[in-house]
Design a protein around this ligand. Structure first.
Ligand code: CUA
Length: 347
């Protein structure tokens, strides 16, 4: 180790090397931070729970900064003193005062700081978990790799979109249909484990209308990174209108092409995995498609829900999200166009 007690100076090459290392290090940190740009941040909270978490984060950051500064100053003082005392035989005479300082600075103060921070951390977590008098309930079930979303009171089933009324806490019950996932909306709430055979609950609330991105925060297989969802916070009136619209069965086909599309759907293997309320399709392996056209993405955030993307997804979703459970569909062009026309009526 390059000793602070021996005043050897590093040679020019050594200095150059450490400077290059420093610049490379800065470059790497900058590159990694650039990856955070445009991502929803827990430090930009838009709901009560996320705000408490952010406040706790800033408090911990401030305490850590103060500790860092105090320790650095003490270290510098020690280095300067040690250099001055180099000539002395024993720069650290046995001193009761020094021992007391070590015990206070090394054990008592850290213990107090850590106990206070841990208590605040536990209190923050408990505040987020306790019922706050919400009205509605939404059930979220994690699957490889998408989210089933149910409103049991209104018998609404959808996927990858959780709608909530602004300013009202909503009880969210999460569980898993297969492996462990984690339900996380950085700007609204901390992560909650999604565990098969167990139901965990949180209270979700947003202060302002908006669409908040959520994601799976526990590695769950190949497409863990494509297991996104959105939380749409809207005015209570808009929320109830949405719920009412989502609780309707799919419309009966009104024209010939749409009717053909519905027949193509009901006569193919689609029905083994997907349900459409108002028809015989009642599969539960894949997302409910009753209101597919009202959703913003396909494949849990993999691609925007457009006609072209939907066609690509139906024909070969494996090229878009390899490993997902939907097999390629072999349809001729007329069948595909009819099927698309039908699916587009599922608003
Ligand atoms: Cu589900 Cu990661």
């Amino acid at each position: 180790m390059y000793s602070i007690f021996h005043a050897d100076k590093p040679d020019k090459r050594g200095r150059l090397r450490s400077r290059s290392l420093f610049i490379i290090g800065l470059g790497i940190v900058g590159f990694l931070l650039a990856g955070c740009a445009g991502q929803p941040s827990p430090l930009d909270p838009k709901g009560p729970d996320a705000r408490q978490t952010a406040n706790l984060w800033w408090l911990m950051f401030a305490v850590a900064a103060v500790v860092f500064i105090v320790v650095t100053v003490l270290l510098l003082i020690a280095i300067i003193r040690a250099r001055r005392a180099q000539a002395e035989v024993n720069p650290y005479p046995q001193d009761r005062r020094a021992l007391v300082l070590v015990i206070i600075g090394g054990a008592v103060i850290p213990a107090v700081v850590l106990i206070v921070l841990m208590s605040l951390s536990v209190m923050t977590e408990r505040a987020g978990a306790s019922p706050a008098g919400g009205r509605g309930t939404v059930e979220v079930i994690g699957h490889d790799w998408w989210w089933e979303v149910r409103y049991p009171d209104q018998k609404v089933v959808t996927a990858n979109e959780v709608h909530i009324p602004v300013g009202e806490p909503m009880l969210v019950k999460v569980t898993s249909g297969d492996v462990i996932h984690s339900f996380w909306i950085p700007q609204l709430h901390g992560k909650i484990d999604v565990i098969p055979g167990q139901t965990n609950t949180i209270w979700l609330q947003a202060d302002q209308p908006g669409t908040y991105r959520g994601e799976c925060a526990e590695y769950c297989g190949t497409q863990h990174a494509k297991m996104d969802f959105v939380v749409v916070a809207e005015s209570p009136a808009d929320f109830r209108a949405w719920l009412n619209q989502q609780s309707q069965p799919a419309p009966v086909p009104q024209d010939e092409m749409v009717r053909e599309g519905q027949q193509a759907f009901l006569g193919s293997s689609c029905v083994y995995c997907h349900a459409i309320a108002g028809t015989n399709a009642s599969g539960t392996i894949g997302p409910d498609l009753t209101h597919l056209a009202s959703r913003s993405t396909l494949g849990a955030g993999a691609i925007p829900n457009t006609r072209g993307n939907l066609a690509g997804w139906i024909v070969n979703s494996q090229a878009i999200k390899p490993g997902n459970k939907m097999p390629p569909m072999y349809l001729d062009s007329d069948q595909l166009q009819a099927l698309l026309a039908y699916l587009e009526t599922l608003k």
